[in-house]
Design a binder for this molecule. Structure first.
Ligand SMILES: C[S@@+](CC[C@H](N)C(=O)[O-])C[C@H]1O[C@@H](n2cnc3c(N)ncnc32)[C@H](O)[C@@H]1O
Length: 280
């Protein structure tokens, strides 16, 4: 009885959210699409603006001087992307897991590798916020970060996923090897992969001191937030990455999350972002 009541309440809550956000028809259409083996469409309006990763992104967008242009590098099914509240949303994915033939009004999707996307992007195109969540390797994520900083407004903010591995297995850079090892060590298919994106934080703290680095521990897993506090108007240049090549997860995380990650509560970070002063 109690379980049925909770299930009913959950259903009513979900239904009312779909009605309030005017997504009900689109969710039903997606159910038909996917039951016919087709890919779903992105929802035309944000579904969940306060929770999950989109909650983190939206709370930052809410305190920026402008939230006109958002970029997501690695969109997958679009779960985060469709709930971001920016005026114009661009996303790039090498293989998006949704139907790109009918996109919401303010949305542009590039089916491309992030390397090609940035190579073809107009140099003066600027974003207010960029979420980097594609391949989980240090070298690739570093390339994406450098490009992203060079396409960010002065007040712009970057969010990086997968910066704190769950354990040494999740931290194995090669995704297939990490999966094989997860099955061997944990005996389970339930596996998450964060690779060696964590090295990016150490690289930035050592070599790009004009970037502020903050990490939030949730929701679901840690993510890192960065913004520029100097060298505005200059182009960020990549530095060699080989110094960190031999550093292991076990060594770097022996005492827990390294101080360079700047772990803080989201509310503290949002206040820091909000209170920045700009000359113009
Ligand atoms: C973890 S998923 C993204 C999840 C999404 N950001 C979200 O919050 O729901 C990673 C995505 O990155 C894409 N991807 C991987 N490597 C890429 C690359 N080099 N360039 C562009 N997209 C890439 C994959 O196709 C996949 O859809």
């Amino acid at each position: 009885m109690n379980r049925d009541y909770h299930r009913l309440m959950k259903f009513i809550k979900k239904l009312s959210r779909l009605i309030v956000t005017r997504n009900l028809f689109h969710v039903l259409r997606n159910k038909i699409q996917t039951s016919n083996g087709k890919k779903h469409f992105l929802l035309p309006r944000p579904l969940d603006t306060k929770y999950g990763v989109s909650g983190v992104i939206n709370s930052i967008l809410n305190v920026l001087p402008k939230r006109e242009n958002y970029l997501e590098v690695g969109i997958f099914k679009g779960a985060t992307f469709q709930s971001v509240i920016a005026d114009n949303k661009w996303g790039v994915d090498i293989d998006p897991a949704f139907d790109i033939t009918k996109l919401p009004r303010n949305t542009t999707v590039f089916v491309n590798s992030s390397d090609n996307f940035f190579a073809e992007l107009r140099p003066d195109k600027k974003f207010d916020m960029i979420y980097i969540d594609a391949e989980h390797t240090f070298v690739q994520a570093y390339r994406e970060l450098v490009h992203s900083i060079n396409h960010l407004n002065n007040w712009g903010v970057i969010l990086l996923d997968d910066t704190v591995p769950f354990d040494s297995v999740a931290a194995i850079s090669d995704e297939s090897e990490s999966k094989r090892e997860a099955i061997r060590v944990h005996g389970s298919n339930k596996w998450s992969h964060q690779g060696d994106v964590w090295k990016l934080i150490l690289q930035v703290s050592e070599l790009h001191k004009e970037l502020v680095v903050r990490t939030v521990l949730g929701p679901s897993r840690p993510r890192t937030i960065m913004w520029r506090n100097g060298l505005f108007g200059t182009k960020m240049q990549s530095a060699p990455t080989d110094k960190l090549a031999s550093l292991t997860y076990e060594t770097a995380f022996a005492q827990g999350i390294p101080k360079e990650f700047g772990v803080q509560d989201l509310s503290y970070i949002v206040a820091e972002i909000k209170n920045r002063k700009f000359a113009n």
